[in-house]
Design a protein around this ligand. Structure first.
Ligand code: AMP
Ligand code: ZN
Length: 464
């Protein structure tokens, strides 16, 4: 049974999707005005873990991640460079997708751009106007929060101080500023705008996510995620807009990750305390270690970023891969059934951990424990060829979730494996002539052998 901590109910709940074995997931995506920093990537790595784990547990995941390609920041960025908004945002979308790939983040099924969904937003705003939840003021349109009686249910904000009719035009604001928020901004000189049925203007940020999530996932869907900074006002406003328009519950499970910190403060563009992924790659860090670092702390615990912790992550990833790559061994000893039992135990604990609100630390500890046990059996020579295979298969199986192994094309055809086995037998019979012959045949083929007390390990060396 999978359980998630739901920000809406403030407790861990059993996860039951609306449709059996299908999960509809919406993850708030980037505002493409600059490079994403690794704080943003903490949120995307958490969402990747969620996505991959649900698939591991047999669900079909339908996932949407929006791209905010129109807002104050993108408009100003394009203006300052004297290029079109499209050209400006295209550049950062391309970089974002490359960064996602570098961090081995699964591509969502839909990556809708706000500027390509203006009609959907206009339709939603029209509905809100018709139903009396929205009103015009100076050609802009605002959402009247006093009309939505459960406003505040996600973030738990204090509504007692609200002044009815007080408005806020910016997309991002603090809890102290809770007011009627803007759905549609009237056109300004030299800004991007659309001529629509509701007037000349452009959308606010919040309406974008309501319109695009409901378009692709339906009026009620399973999971919506983001960083904790999204809870208020962004997600609170999404609920208000969507539920007012449809009269239905918008989302069943709200999951939020804690921040990536630097010296105890949120990593953010505005504070200037950020690293982009490329900053770290330029310093020579391994992207898989960055992924591992962001992945290996529970998503609801704050994570303080230091280069020291990144170096530790690099070591862990290196050791893990050495273990995995070392599983190229034609162990001649007999099959050890204990190892299968240990794999099953580790798998059970891996699932138990991640089922419990993605408790990654518990899940990982079961894997490291298995590696320890396997190494002991290995050093004692209590390890057969089939054991090698089953450990390797298990590490590969869970890598569909973790994505930290470096796969070299370490695959040998059957006839070569048979030669290695033949050589083992020859050595056991002290027929060193035949053993050397085989060693030389394999060397010619770029396969080098290393004899260990418990079997022969092979390595492929590509000739330069
Ligand atoms: P933004 O581009 O600012 O809308 O942020 C994109 C995503 O990154 C959102 O889900 C934010 O909640 C998340 N985010 C921003 N800063 C951090 C941080 N320091 N740690 C974790 N998540 C963050
Ligand atoms: Zn959003």
């Amino acid at each position: 049974m999978i359980r998630f901590y739901n920000t809406l109910t403030k407790r861990k709940e059993e996860f039951i999707p609306i449709e059996d074995k299908i999960v509809k997931l919406y993850t708030c995506g980037p505002t493409v005005y600059d490079l994403a920093h690794i704080g943003n990537f903490r949120a995307y790595v958490f969402e990747d873990l969620l996505h991959r784990y649900l698939e591991y547990r047999g669900y079909k995941v339908i996932r949407v991640m929006n791209i905010t390609d129109v807002d104050d920041k993108t408009i100003n960025g394009a203006k300052s460079q004297g290029i079109s908004l499209r050209e400006y945002t295209d550049r950062y979308i391309k970089i974002f997708l490359e960064d996602m790939e570098t961090l081995r983040l699964k591509k969502p099924d839909f990556l809708p751009r706000a500027t390509e969904h203006i009609n959907e937003m206009v339709e939603l705003i029209k509905k809100l106007l018709e139903k009396g939840y929205a009103y015009y003021k100076d050609n802009s349109i605002y959402f009247s929060i006093s009309k939505f009686s459960s406003y505040g249910k996600l973030s738990g904000i204090d509504l007692s101080q609200i002044k009815v009719g007080a408005r806020v035009d910016t997309d991002e604001y603090e809890k102290e500023d809770v007011r009627d928020f803007v759905l549609w901004k009237s056109a300004k000189e030299k800004e991007v705008w659309w001529e629509t049925e509701i007037g000349k203007g452009r959308p606010g940020w919040h309406i974008e996510c309501s319109a695009m999530s409901m378009k692709y996932l339906g009026e009620t869907f399973d999971i919506h995620t983001g960083g904790v900074d999204n809870i208020f006002p962004h997600h609170e406003n999404e609920i208000a807009q969507s539920e007012s328009a449809t009269g239905k519950k918008f989302v069943n499970y709200w999951l939020h990750c804690a921040h990536l910190l630097v010296n105890g403060e949120k990593m953010s563009k505005s504070k200037g305390n950020f690293y982009t992924l490329r900053d770290l790659l330029n310093k020579g860090y391994n992207p898989v270690a960055i992924r591992y670092l962001l992945l290996s702390t529970h998503y609801r615990d704050p994570l303080n970023f230091t280069e020291k912790s990144l170096k530790q992550a690099e070591n862990t990833v290196k050791n893990y891969n050495e273990f995995y790559q070392g599983l190229n061994i034609c162990a001649s000893r007999k099959y050890n059934p204990e190892i299968k039992k240990e794999i099953e135990k580790a798998k059970e604990r891996f699932i138990k951990g991640l089922d419990d609100d993605l408790n990654i630390s518990f899940a990982l500890s079961s894997i490291f424990n298995l590696i320890k046990i396997v190494n002991i059996f290995f050093s004692k020579g209590e390890f057969g060829a089939e054991n090698v295979k089953e450990v390797k298969e298990f590490i590969e199986e869970i890598d569909s979730v973790l994505c930290i192994i470096e796969k070299k094309e370490e695959f040998l055809p059957e006839n070569i494996l048979n030669l290695i086995k033949e050589r083992e037998i020859a050595r056991n019979k002290k027929d060193y002539k035949r053993a050397d012959e085989i060693r030389n045949i394999l060397k010619e083929k770029g396969i080098f052998l290393e004899d260990t007390p418990y079997g022969t390990r092979w390595k492929k060396i590509t000739k330069t």
